[in-house]
Design a protein around this ligand. Sequence first.
Ligand SMILES: Nc1ncnc2c1ncn2[C@@H]1O[C@H](COP(=O)(O)OP(=O)(O)O)[C@@H](O)[C@H]1O
Ligand SMILES: [Mg+2]
Length: 347
Amino acid sequence: MPEIVEVREGRFERISAHSHITGLGLDSKGKAKFIADGMVGQVEAREAAGIVVKMIKEGKMAGRGILLVGPPGTGKTALAIAIARELGEDTPFVMLSASEVFSAEMKKTEVLMQAMRRAIGVRLKEVRRVYEGVVKSLKIRFTRHPYNPYTRVPSSARITLATRDEEKTFTVDSDITMELLSKGIKVGDVIWIDSETGRVTRVGRVKGVDKAKYYDIETETYISMPSGPILKEKEFVHVVTLHQLDLSLARQGGLISLLFGVPMEREISSEVRERVDKEVKKLVDEGKAEIIPGVLFIDDVHMLDIEAFAFLSKAMESELAPIIILATNRGITKIRGTDIESPHGIP
Ligand SMILES: Nc1ncnc2c1ncn2[C@@H]1O[C@H](COP(=O)(O)OP(=O)(O)O)[C@@H](O)[C@H]1O
Ligand SMILES: [Mg+2]
């Protein structure tokens, strides 16, 4: 899938101003250390954020909102980023400035909906039958190209895999051979071959095959020799977001142009989303998936208008909703799209 993403300068600038922040700087009891993790002071706000993080991790916070208010430069964005760092890799964190909601290509509600669905993760557990082992030997066989007799193409391979307990030799078809070649598999690599799809995964190098060489930057992962039978069932876990599932279903479902593929930044129909929700719920019921509610941070929230607020408050009540953190530096101000004044411009 090709990725062509426009670089939005504002967004990167905003993150880089906070690159010193690595967490909330709390101790194990949730008390703020005065200076830690790139944070200083704002002790009460950090401790409060710590409680929020704890509740999110325990799954006790889905579908609620938090409002951060303070003049510019008081650390609202910094706090949101620190929360994201604390939540860990698996928990989705999406940052949106309210002004981005008013984009020319998409409806306001669609921008918000996509942001919300990017902020909800699904941890999928999948049991696959794989061949796992260290490559002991690998011989590629070539054949003449069907249309060009002067070039040779890989036709099959003979591969010997070993674990601590077993050693077996297989011949594999041309598809798997291509996979082995394109992934650069060598003797001494630990690999998985999916028994159903033939997909090859390179896990790393087995410990002890390479003479110890130490560089400042170690890019290779060394792992110990796998044990047990070569053909085994393994559980794989991956985290995707609801938005990624929406996109992949929209693609498969033929709901998009066959000629041009799926436009990444276009609207996704509500039928697609309903089907994704239904599938995900089914997987959760079967114990094959877990929902990870993440965080949607909306900065300068006073810039949202009445319609956007109406959409948000309704969406927050739905079953699959992220935690929404809103930030603003306004006091009493007009709700955009109306003549009504209210605290922070929020209805
Ligand atoms: N408690 C803090 N400790 C260390 N740096 C902070 C803290 N709060 C804010 N900063 C830094 O100060 C700058 C302004 O904070 P920012 O979060 O952008 O404010 P706001 O979003 O409220 O306008 C940023 O570079 C931010 O990383
Ligand atoms: Mg800010």
